[in-house]
Design a binder for this molecule. Structure first.
Ligand SMILES: Nc1ncnc2c1ncn2[C@@H]1O[C@H](COP(=O)(O)OP(=O)(O)OP(=O)(O)O)[C@@H](O)[C@H]1O
Length: 505
């Protein structure tokens, strides 16, 4: 390593029942892109929160450029040149880009000067962004640019990025990587958390691997295979999902001529969507985020009502039924946003198990909640899906992102759905857990469930789906068999070339 920017010496942080970081030591060099790898709950977020001043270590020290460094709050970290782009953006939809950036500054300059600075940084780093656009109109990739530019305006020495590419299209990933290369060339160090191992192999100079809160290895990603890195993370050999031949049954889900406005002012209306899914079939829905994915989940879950006949479950019109009635009939859904939508953050896992499992798991009797049965259901989910938590009485909020995702998906899978609709089932989930979730969806289909998997991970869809369709501005392309489908064809479908007749990508 050239010069050391930041050294971590024996950092330790414990939460009740778990040592999230156990005696962690490593160094980050000046101008180094350093990957932080580890399965869900390994302690990556806890570690970067200590570096960014959000969490105080129980013991251990840090040195920044040879000086003792112990930020009491993020403001102190920023003053020392540490910036962080979070997985979840904290932007106000109704304000424009410059106003959002000004809100995060201690002494914002006049708006006109700030807009000029934003333009300058955006051009220098190849991140196209208009300072006067309303944030609500921006794609996920553009919102991330707002966060990155906000960081770059502080001229950081270390930029921490938590899963930056999970919301990006392949093209946007290329743009981001060019920006990061440029920053590295200028001597900025980058600490990069991601579960996407091929990206880490392309981008990162070195990687530190955490398991159960401890450093278990270091490697040079360019010289290590993705499989070897994944196995280092989990400490055992990885299983590839098995796709057994499946017999398809009758049409379980039938969407025809479905149009629906979005409940959100910045959402996307669905336009004349047609789709049938047979029993035992997995249909993958791809597309760039914000093209109607959430709305599609909403019309299937019953949160958005439509004409009765626009959605049919095993022949029965259900478009006007609410979520509870649909659940009772066997149509289950797992939305994308884990905290808040799929799970209530402050409730225990037992309470969260009750939330969607009450009807099908028979957890209510004569108006009374059956707490013992609910707890037993939560324990079954934890066991079957290897959810890392001290127990079902813990709040959903205390789980790491990936572990909560396993819980949310497991809760629906174990209820034996007739039709299961999932949105981004493996978002933020490590390689081993993602493989387990995909295998669970394949097993479910093998038992005759019709599965709709909405995902931005095209590799995932190609791995598990029988047919593929893409959402573009609320329209769904004609589904095609995934066998023999090329990347170019997928790109055209995602870009809105419906039926392949026009290629206005
Ligand atoms: N505020 C908290 N209270 C209690 N436990 C916590 C808290 N924050 C984290 N933990 C626990 O600490 C451990 C490490 O969690 P952390 O979020 O750092 O993992 P991670 O590697 O970032 O996981 P992921 O990839 O799933 O985001 C987990 O077991 C988690 O449940």
């Amino acid at each position: 390593m050239s010069q050391v920017l930041l050294s971590l010496n024996g950092l330790t942080k414990a939460y009740p029942g778990v040592v999230a970081n156990d005696d962690i030591s490593f160094k980050i060099g000046v101008g180094e892109v350093h990957a932080l790898l580890g399965e869900n709950g390994a302690g990556k977020s806890t570690l970067v929160k200590m570096i960014y001043g959000l969490v105080k270590p129980d013991s251990g020290t840090m040195e920044l450029r040879g000086q003792s460094y112990a930020p009491g709050e993020p403001r102190a970290a920023r003053a020392d040149g540490i910036a962080m782009v979070f997985q979840h953006f904290s932007l106000f939809d109704a304000l424009n880009v410059a106003e959002n950036i000004a809100l995060g500054m201690e002494n914002p300059p006049p708006m006109r000067d700030l807009a000029a600075r934003i333009r300058e940084v955006s051009e220098t780093y190849g991140l196209p962004l208009d300072p006067f656009r309303t944030v609500g109109d921006l794609s996920a990739g553009e919102r991330q640019r707002v966060e990155i530019i906000r960081c770059l305006l502080q001229d950081p020495k270390l930029l921490i990025m938590d899963e930056p590419t999970s919301v990006l299209t392949p093209q946007e990933v290329q743009i981001l990587f060019k920006t990061l290369e440029k920053l590295r060339g200028e001597g900025t160090s980058i600490l990069y958390i991601s579960h996407k191992l091929e990206e880490i192999r392309t981008l990162c100079d070195t990687a530190t691997i955490l398991r159960l809160g401890k450093v278990v290895g270091t490697c040079t990603p360019r010289e290590t295979t993705a499989r070897d890195m994944a196995e280092l993370m989990v400490g055992s050999a990885l299983k590839t999902p098995e796709r057994a031949g499946r017999a398809l049954g009758e049409v379980a889900l039938d969407i025809s001529g479905l149009s629906a406005p979005s409940p959100s002012a910045f959402g996307t209306a669905l336009k004349n969507v047609h789709l049938t899914v047979q029993q035992g079939e997995i249909v993958g829905i791809g597309g760039v985020a914000g093209n109607g994915q959430e709305e599609l989940l909403g019309v299937l879950s019953g949160e958005i009502l439509t004409e009765a006949g626009a959605v049919k479950l095993l022949g029965e019109p259900i478009g006007r039924m609410g979520p509870a009635a649909r659940r009772a009939l066997g149509l289950l859904t797992a939305p994308e946003e884990r905290l808040g939508h799929a799970a209530a953050p402050d409730m225990s896992l037992t309470e969260n198990a009750l939330l969607t499992g009450a009807v099908r798991e028979n957890l209510v009797s004569n108006g009374f909640l059956k707490w013992g049965a609910a707890r037993e259901f939560a324990e079954r989910i934890i066991e079957a899906f290897d959810v890392r938590t001290p127990g079902p009485e813990n709040a959903a909020r205390s789980l790491s992102g990936g572990n909560l995702q396993k819980f949310v998906i497991g809760r629906e899978v174990l209820q034996g759905p007739k039709v299961l609709v999932v949105n981004q089932p493996t978002w933020g989930v490590d390689a081993a857990a993602a493989a387990a979730i995909r295998q669970a969806l394949l097993d479910l289909a093998a038992e005759g469930t019709a599965v709709v998997c909405i995902s931005q991970d095209l590799d995932e869809l190609m791995e598990i789906a029988d047919r593929f369709a893409a959402l573009n501005e609320g329209r769904l392309s004609t589904p095609r068999s995934t066998t023999g489908l090329t990347v170019e064809e997928i790109g055209l479908m995602m870009g809105g070339a419906h039926g392949m007749e026009v290629a206005h990508v």
